[in-house]
Write a protein that binds this ligand. Sequence first.
Ligand code: DX5
Ligand code: ZN
Length: 214
Amino acid sequence: MKTLVAPSILSADFADLAGEIKKIELAGADWVHIDVMDGNFVPNLTFGAPVVKKIRETTKMFFDCHLMVEHPETYLEDFKDAGADLICVHAEATKHLHKVIQTIHGMGLKAGVALNPATSLTAVENILADVDLVLIMSVNPGFGGQKFIESSVDKIVELKGMLEHCSSKAVIEVDGGINGENVKLVKNAGASVIVAGSYVYGAKDIKKAIDSLK
Ligand code: DX5
Ligand code: ZN
C-alpha cells in the first residue's frame, strides 16, 4: 500500500498557516494533519473550525482533522462546513462512537478513530469494519516534539492483524514522534499514513524530510 505523508501543522508557524501549508504541498506532502485541541481532552488548546475554514480557502489538499476534544459529536457539522475531508475522533472522548462514525459518513466524509497509547485495541474492535482509518497515537496527545513510544510498533502489528481478520478497508495512521529512522519500524508494522510535525517543520530541507518518510 502506498505510504501517505501527513505533516501536522501543530509544529507550523501559526502566524502564517497558509504559507506553511503551501510549503508542505510543494514539498510533496499528501495530507494536512490538523490537530484540534480543546484544552479539556488534552492539556493544550489550539484552534477550531473557523481557522480550518480560512485555511481551506488557501489549498485543495486533503484535510485530515484529528479532534482531540471531549464530545466530538458536538463539532462534526462545524468541521464538515469548514472543509474537513476526514474527521478522526478519539474512542476515549465519546460514549457513542458508532453513532459518531455513522454521522461523519452521513456527511459524506471519511471517518477515523484514534487511540491514546494506554488505550487497548479492544476499545475499537467492534468498529473496525466501519471506519476508514485507525490512528495509533505514538505519543501522549497534546504536544508536538515528544519522544516516540516504542510499544506503538507492536500495537500497529496487532491492529493490522485485527483489520485483516474482519476484512476492514481501514488504513493505519501513526502519529507522534515520527522521524526518518523510526518510520521504517512503523511502516513495516503496517502503518500507511505517517503524521510528522516537528520532524518536517523543523527540517532545513522539508522536501528531503517528507521524502524520507515515504
Ligand atoms: C499530538 C498530535 C500530533 C503531533 C505530532 O497530540 O496529535 O499530531 O502534532 O507532532 P510530532 O510529529 O512533532 O510528534
Ligand atoms: Zn495529531
